[in-house]
Ligand binder design. Structure first.
Ligand SMILES: [Zn+2]
Length: 370
């Protein structure tokens, strides 16, 4: 298997970067169509439409129905085809972006992602995470190409919900931990090959940026301020995390995270919250992982407010039998848990989740938070 790395064609990030949308989009297409919901339209509508208009672009719009289901993606593809658009601008959170990527692949048009929250790494990736109508994750699919442009306005991100920003750090925290596991067994990445040195370097940098700037960035976002820490963490959450997971590979942290939405109790969580707990599970599963570094990662999660216990992910008092549902999927055929240099069984994953909860509670107690 060859080393493969994939990436978006252009990445633009900065405070008020949205004002450049018209110039940037006109280099990609002549007939844009925007996928967004009412809330996002209220936040960026004037600036985005104004910038497109200044560049001579008249944009059509589609109202997003709220979930990245196959039905919604098929509807979006139909509207794109009927409108004769040549580029879709997906503005909002991961589900909007994922639906647009799927619709664009079907309709054969280019893609611009405009994340209004930095809650996960969907903006840069070639993937759509699918959900059913009940909010259960049903799998993920790559379209073979990454977005033509990722446009990140850091002031919009800083004005957004703090919980989403923190969730993004949870998703980004998985990047190095999982790429590192994959590299130990030369496991396939999500780009159709194995990891490059560049992907590993990005994953490692992603981890360092979070550790150095995560807490300060969260404080700044609480005050809707963009500073250097916010800029660096947005780049970690959106760009490094996206490149790192796709071209580095994923393992148990994402496998557990992708299983959690099958429990109705976990439906209030964002993907990055789930990955945050998945990271601790993976670190408890991997008996060779340095204990001090593991504690440091858990303490970081606690410091920025990621959930680290069963109680915090809605599973207080959960028993082994219930966790076995996740264990069986994780220990089963085709699981990402195979991307470790040791065998992983259903019982191992259940044990690791129980150990993760215990560690989370212990570290919270040490931090004086429980
Ligand atoms: Zn993720």
């Amino acid at each position: 298997m060859h080393k493969v790395m994939i990436a978006p064609r252009r990445y633009v990030q900065g405070a008020h970067a949205l004002k450049d949308a018209g110039t940037l989009v006109s280099a990609i297409g002549k007939k844009p169509i925007i996928l967004w919901d009412e809330t996002v339209k209220g936040i960026i509508g004037d600036v985005l439409l104004g910038s497109l208009k200044d560049a001579g672009l008249d944009a059509a719009t589609i109202d997003f129905k709220g979930d990245s289901t196959r039905e919604e993606a098929a509807r979006v593809a139909r509207v794109i085809k009927e409108s004769g658009s040549d580029v879709i601008l997906a503005a909002g959170g991961g589900k909007t972006l994922d639906t647009a990527k799927a619709g664009a692949a079907d309709a054969g048009v280019k893609v611009v992602t405009i994340p209004t929250i930095a809650s996960n790494d969907s903006p840069t990736s070639s993937f759509t995470v699918w959900y059913d109508g009940d909010g259960n994750c049903t799998g993920f699919e790559s379209w073979g190409v990454n977005p033509d442009l990722v446009l990140v306005d850091t002031q919009v991100i800083a004005n957004g919900p703090v919980a989403a920003f923190v969730a993004g750090m949870g998703d980004a925290l998985g990047t190095w931990v999982e790429a590192d596991a994959c590299s130990q067994v030369t496991a396939p990445n999500l780009a159709g090959g194995t990891s490059t040195l560049v992907a590993m370097g990005i994953a490692s940098l992603c981890y360092d940026v979070l550790m150095e700037h995560g807490v300060a960035a969260k404080k700044a976002v609480e005050e809707n301020t963009v500073n250097e820490s916010v800029e660096q963490v947005v780049e970690a959450n959106v760009l490094m995390s996206g490149l790192g997971f796709e071209s580095g590979g994923v393992a148990t942290a994402h496998m557990v995270a992708n299983c959690l939405p099958s429990f109705p109790e976990c439906h209030g969580l964002m993907h990055g919250h789930e990955v945050g707990f998945g990271v601790i599970t993976q670190l408890c599963l991997d008996k060779t992982f340095d204990a001090e570094k593991r504690n440091k990662i858990v303490d970081f999660e606690i410091a920025i407010g990621l959930p680290v216990t069963f109680a915090e992910i809605g599973l207080e008092g959960v028993d082994r039998e219930k966790l076995k549902v996740i264990g069986d999927i994780c220990g089963g055929e085709g699981s990402l848990c195979a991307n470790h240099p040791f065998e992983v069984t259903s019982d191992d994953v259940v044990d690791a989740m129980i150990a993760a909860d215990a560690l989370g509670r212990e570290r919270k107690k040490l931090a004086g938070l429980a």
